[in-house]
Design a protein around this ligand. Structure first.
Ligand SMILES: Cc1cc2nc3c(=O)[nH]c(=O)nc-3n(C[C@H](O)[C@H](O)[C@H](O)COP(=O)(O)OP(=O)(O)OC[C@H]3O[C@@H](n4cnc5c(N)ncnc54)[C@H](O)[C@@H]3O)c2cc1C
Ligand SMILES: NC(=O)c1ccc[n+]([C@@H]2O[C@H](COP(=O)([O-])OP(=O)(O)OC[C@H]3O[C@@H](n4cnc5c(N)ncnc54)[C@H](O)[C@@H]3O)[C@@H](O)[C@H]2O)c1
Length: 503
């Protein structure tokens, strides 16, 4: 039923249907509070619609393309490549023995449709659950604070505006791709200037994708489109890819990218961007000085901006509510996610810090514990000491938990820190799969034996990281993993051997 004009009053209002706001809305409604969830675009927010779900779906297509390319190495496929440009063209046929002969297949429209179907199914599942929730109204519209107790919502359908009042507000409005202030960016043909959302709607494989930014978005998409057949150049501002990682991990990742044909240029400061009036394929020229200070003009067909994300706070009129933001526009919160206005909370990416779905979901856990299931006998739930695992879904994955080596050294001093690194080429299961690129690295407190941090750039690196994360949750001494019995030949059994390299 369409929302009617007028003033509406609720116990709780959630702005933004992100990874914490959506389950929180249901939990608040289930607790008997009259609740509204206001969403201006799609239910489920970034993760389902433009983030994790669509990217990982498309990355699965890239992995199949990659393995199909490598099929002959496993003695499985016959890939006649004459007259076909590697990575681009397609045909299927049956040979006389009934076996299918396959040349590399990339049908971008099919890749995109598969992505759209999965997003649709996740989104409609989420919408269906919300619709069934008693006591919860989903309002489709764009919310702006009028004062600290009132929102104005411009409804998505029609020209109507309504006012919404509530005892508590929960801001879960997330972030959007940021756009660096680079001369010439606005002069590009909009269809050639991509961000993490628009790149997933392409209906053809870019001829030459130039990627600005060498972290999560840049590398997940850079590798994906290389595997789908694009020429790819990643221009990274800093001295290494993934700036927050230890240098040997970043270096290994760079070598993996290069081995797949992704060109990586570090220490790049883009000076200027221009449309290329040349051939059909080349529509973008990026100018930057090389390491000798000479001007380089790089021509590509598309430019992907992957230089970070900006919080969706600038259109909320937070000043009217008196809510404070930091210098980057993120809402300031305390460890219970309360803003400086006590009845207004902020959840997920919008308050800054590690921007991951699971961290946003953990914000839901905190607020549910403190507001919905609050008990005077248990201490409040907070963001303090919580673990921050993450996985970058390059292939191989980069999974990480805890402190990086430089962080551990800064916190505990050099004398207390031991590290162990082991190449994935020492892992039997990875060798059996012929996917032994990368390495794992642990950081340990030398006196207590506690595991402080762990990174795995390797086959199923995210899953291996999660095993170590669980050990860290239980505060296990590293020798417990060293002496554990893991099934052979699993990737997990590499955790018997890693600690032998501690020094
Ligand atoms: C390409 C990409 C891939 C990613 N992959 C991963 C991954 O693999 N793993 C991972 O953990 N994280 C990943 N992330 C990050 C993850 O998507 C985000 O951290 C997560 O979605 C944050 O959720 P959130 O709860 O902060 O809000 P969001 O999911 O960002 O939702 C915010 C919602 O608020 C709505 N909104 C904004 N302003 C208003 C307003 N004024 N009125 C009404 N509604 C409003 C928006 O429309 C949106 O629906 C990825 C991100 C991107 C961009
Ligand atoms: N697998 C995942 O969990 C996943 C995947 C995608 C995105 N995300 C989330 O989305 C966020 C945004 O990702 P992102 O990769 O866009 O941002 P990011 O902030 O993680 O990285 C931006 C990169 O761009 C570089 N950069 C910035 N300005 C530049 C410039 N002018 N020229 C060249 N390089 C420049 C930075 O040095 C950095 O390496 C991530 O931080 C992450 O929280 C997560």
């Amino acid at each position: 039923m369409a929302t009617q004009p007028g003033v509406k009053k609720y116990d709780a209002v959630i702005i933004g249907s992100g990874q914490s706001g959506t389950p929180l809305a249901s939990a608040l409604a289930q607790s008997g509070r009259t609740t509204a969830l206001i969403e201006k675009a799609h239910v489920g927010g970034c993760c389902i619609n433009e983030g994790c779900t669509p990217t990982k779906t498309m990355i699965a297509s890239g992995r199949v393309a990659h393995l199909a390319h490598r099929a002959a190495e496993y003695g499985v496929w016959n890939v006649p490549s004459q007259n076909l440009e590697k990575g681009h063209k397609v045909y299927h046929s049956k040979d006389e023995g009934g076996w299918e002969k396959v040349n590399q297949v990339v049908d971008m429209q099919k890749v995109r449709q598969r992505k759209r179907d999965i997003v649709d199914s996740f989104r409609s599942g989420s919408e269906g659950r919300l619709d069934k929730q008693e006591g919860l109204e989903v309002i489709r519209g764009d919310a702006v604070f009028k004062d600290e107790r009132t929102l104005t919502v411009k409804l998505a359908e029609g020209e109507e505006e309504i006012e919404v009042e509530a005892d508590n507000f929960f801001v879960n409005t997330g972030e959007r791709p940021s756009r660096p202030n680079l001369p010439g960016l606005d002069s590009l043909d909009p269809s050639r200037l991509l961000d993490s959302t628009t790149i997933m709607e392409l209906d053809e494989v870019p001829h030459h994708l130039i990627v600005l930014g060498g972290s999560y978005v840049g590398l997940e998409f850079g590798q994906l489109f290389r595997r789908l057949g694009s020429r790819v150049t990643v221009l990274q501002r800093g001295k290494q890819l993934v700036p927050h990682e230890d240098a040997e991990i970043a270096d290994a990742l760079k070598e993996i990218m290069k081995a797949e044909g992704v060109r990586v240029v570090l220490n790049t400061t883009v000076a200027n961007i221009k449309p290329d009036e040349g051939t059909f394929e080349h529509k973008v020229i990026v100018f930057y000085p090389d390491k000798h200070g000479r001007d380089v003009a790089l021509s590509g067909s598309h430019l992907l901006i992957a230089t970070g994300r900006t919080p969706n706070t600038d259109t909320l009129n937070l000043e009217a509510a008196g809510v404070e933001v930091d210098g980057s526009g993120h809402i300031k919160v305390d460890e219970k996610l309360q803003t400086n206005i006590p009845h207004i909370y902020a959840l997920g990416d919008v308050h800054g810090g590690p921007a991951f779905t699971h961290m946003s979901y953990d914000d839901f856990r905190i607020l549910k514990a403190n507001i919905v299931s609050a008990s005077s006998s248990s201490p409040p739930s907070t963001t303090r000491y919580r673990q921050v695992p993450y996985v970058m879904y390059t292939d191989p994955q980069l999974g990480h938990i805890g402190l990086h080596e430089h962080e551990a050294r800064a916190k505990y001093g050099d004398a207390s820190i031991k590290t162990a690194t082991m190449p994935m080429a020492y892992v039997a299961r990875a060798l059996e799969n012929d996917e032994s690129r990368g390495l794992m690295k642990a950081v340990v407190h030398g006196v207590s034996g506690q595991i402080l941090g762990f990174t795995c750039l390797g086959l199923e690196g995210g899953e291996i990281m999660s095993i170590v994360q669980t050990a860290m949750l239980g505060k296990l001494h590293y020798t417990v993993l060293q002496n554990a019995i893991y099934a052979h030949p699993s990737l997990a059994e590499s955790l018997n051997n890693l600690w032998g390299f501690l020094q």
